[in-house]
Design a protein around this ligand. Structure first.
Ligand code: HEC
Ligand code: HEC
Length: 617
């Protein structure tokens, strides 16, 4: 196994050097040809290698009778070899065929096929992670036929891939892009053991497809890795090398479908993400500084609500990173409460889905939910448009921002668009953590450094709160977002725990599998956004950490079907818990997000003109 890993590792290393070396020679016609053919050979050789490994594995599985316990060990080792061969083609199979990732190595979590469908189809993933779940089950013999089905499917898919590889355009630019994505995949996810929970070979696999080989060979276990140096000295160096190569050899982007800008030196650059990516219209040509300034006024203007007393800013207050500090937000009528906690809007643009149950899939679509909700703003777009039209200043601003005709520009669409443009300006990725990981300053205390290690390793936090956004948007494509079931309790009484009644995503689809599933929110600015969780049940980060330390709801003894958080608890020491909290406090950055408009436009109505900036409650 080790020999194979090393052999494979050197194969990729050599391939990279072939590219680097050829890159240095003067441009000549035959250079591209040589690259294309080296790349083709590589894909050909390694897909055959994986087919061979799959067949060897299959034979052992067929022969397995459960009698000889060493047979299982052999099979598991063959499986690890199979995974290693996959790691060599993964960068390219997932680059050329985005869907292949789900077929070869999809997480063992079902997905909804068509969300708009009344009876959504549930899709189960296939491939290595599914096989791993069978092989490490208590009764692998009972699952033998299921395992063989998975093997047959993979055989088919792999054969198709092998053939497809022969006809693909394999130039240098695509090679660089695929490797850039792979580097992110390894460092943001692979290293957390994300896709190999049982066979536990995260380091071996990282080594295979990684140039930071020397670093790893000096480190025998994840426990000895200092994650801050790993990212700072290794990931960023490699990532920068690829982005430099890109400057010379990638003329146009072949891989447009990611919020991540592959031009950026690393995912930790403050401009690494395209905040317009999740906008259904892409980088919005209508975007202008005028539109976001207008959106800002609207965000703070209580005239959007029925009683002119409630603005978006009532519940999303800039001084609290756009939360309201309440357990759950207060309703429209006095004394009424909503059932959920107001989330931060900082970096809100960098998400695929919105709300705790992920029911809205873009910012524009989210606004109607609130404006017309009888418990929130109790208004309608007709009434908001009517009020805004009475204000000469708003009319002028809308006209300038949307460059349309005076009588048509104030509309549902333009209101939604302006507010969303404002929200899209609230992106800021310059926390103490970012500055340290980029090496711009060395201000991390030893405690914060160890806290990051706990976050990435023992605490498993990074397996759901993915770097670098600390939310649920999956690297390296950043196109999908995930929800998780952790069994959040109703209170912090962990001695007599009760499961929170909110069914989250389960209620949305009526699907048993999703019950109590919530989106994994970002942890950026977490020091400013207490209380925590969808129900605001936890007042402090210490309580949150304690909850995870006990294995979430299921770990506390509650019945939480399908909990995706391992229930066995983390066994963190008091020092580890404290350092984890210290680390979470380094994720604060609210630069240029806190200003409020100094004045709202006049509505030519004495009563309305007394309305308060940001609302009254
Ligand atoms: C009454 C308090 C309240 C008001 C007023 C309010 N919100 Fe919210 N907002 C919330 C709560 C609570 C949630 C979480 C709801 C859920 O997940 O179901 C939320 C969620 C959001 C989200 C989703 C964030 C995410 O990460 O999923 C956005 C965006 C948002 N609000 C923007 C706005 C805008 C824009 C306005 C004004 C048009 C507004 N809100 C008015 C309380 C409020
Ligand atoms: C299995 C996936 C998973 C893992 C692992 C995980 N989280 Fe979470 N985290 C979530 C989900 C889902 C939520 C939202 C739950 C809810 O609202 O009920 C959440 C919420 C949080 C919140 C509250 C955020 C807010 O704005 O209210 C904090 C803080 C947090 N997690 C920290 C951590 C830490 C620290 C770790 C590691 C010890 C960790 N998480 C591990 C999925 C996960």
């Amino acid at each position: 196994m080790k020999a194979l890993a090393l052999k494979s590792f050197f194969a990729i290393l050599i391939l990279s050097f072939v590219f680097l070396a050829t890159s240095l020679t003067p441009v000549e016609d035959s250079r591209q040809e040589r690259i294309t053919s080296a790349f083709h050979d590589y894909l050909d050789r390694h897909s055959i290698e994986m087919l061979d490994a799959l067949h060897a594995f299959k034979e052992d599985v067929i022969a397995y009778s459960g009698i000889d316990s060493s047979a299982l060990t052999t099979i598991r080792n063959k499986f690890r070899e199979l995974r290693s061969t996959y790691k060599l083609i993964e960068p390219f199979s997932s680059y050329y065929f985005i869907a292949s990732e789900r077929n070869f190595n999809g997480p063992v979590v079902p997905e909804v096929e068509d969300e708009d469908d009344e009876r959504p189809k549930i899709e189960w993933p296939h491939g290595l992670q599914q096989m791993e779940a069978y092989l490490w089950d208590d009764n692998p013999l009972g699952l033998k036929s299921k395992l063989l089905d998975e093997i047959a499917l993979m055989d088919e898919n792999l054969m198709a891939l092998h053939i497809a590889f022969k006809t693909l355009p394999t130039d240098e630019a695509r090679f660089i892009e695929a490797m850039q994505l792979q580097v992110i995949r390894i460092f943001m996810m692979g290293i957390t053991g994300f896709d190999t929970p049982e066979s536990g070979n995260a380091i071996g696999e990282a080594t295979i497809s990684l140039l930071a080989f020397l670093f790893f060979s000096n480190n025998t276990s994840l426990n000895e890795i200092d994650f801050l140096s790993l990212y700072k000295n290794h990931y960023i160096t490699i990532s920068k090398a690829f982005s430099d190569m890109r400057k010379n050899f990638v003329e146009k982007n072949h891989y447009p479908s990611s919020a991540l800008r592959l031009e950026a030196q690393s995912v930790f650059q403050s401009d690494a993400f395209n905040r317009f990516f999740y906008n259904p219209r892409g980088t919005d040509p209508a975007f202008s500084a005028e539109a976001s300034a207008l959106g800002k006024a609207l965000f703070f203007d209580p005239a959007l609500s029925e009683n002119n007393k409630r603005a978006c800013a009532s519940c999303h207050r800039p001084e609290k990173a756009f939360t309201d500090g309440m357990k759950t937000s207060s309703g429209f009528l006095e004394g009424e409460m909503l059932t959920r906690n107001a989330p931060t809007l900082i970096n809100v643009a960098l998400q695929r889905n919105y709300f705790y149950d992920m029911r809205a899939d873009h910012l524009e679509g989210q606004i109607g939910h609130v404006l017309t909700n009888k418990n929130e703003m109790q208004s309608s777009f007709e009434s908001a448009v009517k009020k805004l039209k009475a204000s000469p200043q708003y009319v002028e601003w809308f006209r300038k921002a949307f460059k349309g005709k005076e009588d048509t520009v104030i509309s549902k669409v333009s209101i939604e668009n302006a507010i969303s443009e404002y929200e899209r300006t609230l992106v800021t990725l310059n926390s103490k953590f970012d500055r340290n990981i980029r090496g711009e300053e060395i201000t991390f205390s030893d405690e914060e450094r160890s806290g990051f290690n706990v976050f990435m390793n023992k605490g498993k936090c990074g397996t759901c709160h993915y770097l670098p956004l600390f939310n649920n948007v999956v690297p390296p494509q950043f196109t999908l977002s995930e929800f998780e079931i952790i069994g959040t309790t109703r209170t912090t009484n962990f001695e007599k725990p009760e499961l929170d009644p909110d069914k989250g995503r389960g209620a949305l689809f009526g699907t048993e599998l999703f019950m109590h599933g919530f989106k994994t929110p970002t942890l950026r600015n977490i020091a400013l956004t207490a209380p925590y969780m969808h129900n605001g049940a936890f007042e402090t980060l210490e309580q949150v950490v304690e909850f995870y330390n006990r294995g979430g709801g299921a770990g506390l003894g509650l019945t939480v079907p399908n909990q995706t958080l391992p229930p066995d608890g983390l066994q963190l020491s008091p020092v580890e818990k404290k350092s984890l909290v210290a680390f979470l406090q380094t994720l604060t950055d609210t630069t240029n997000t806190s200003s409020k408009p100094s004045k709202l436009p006049s509505m030519k109505n004495a009563l309305l003109d007394k309305r308060k900036i940001g609302g009254e409650y």
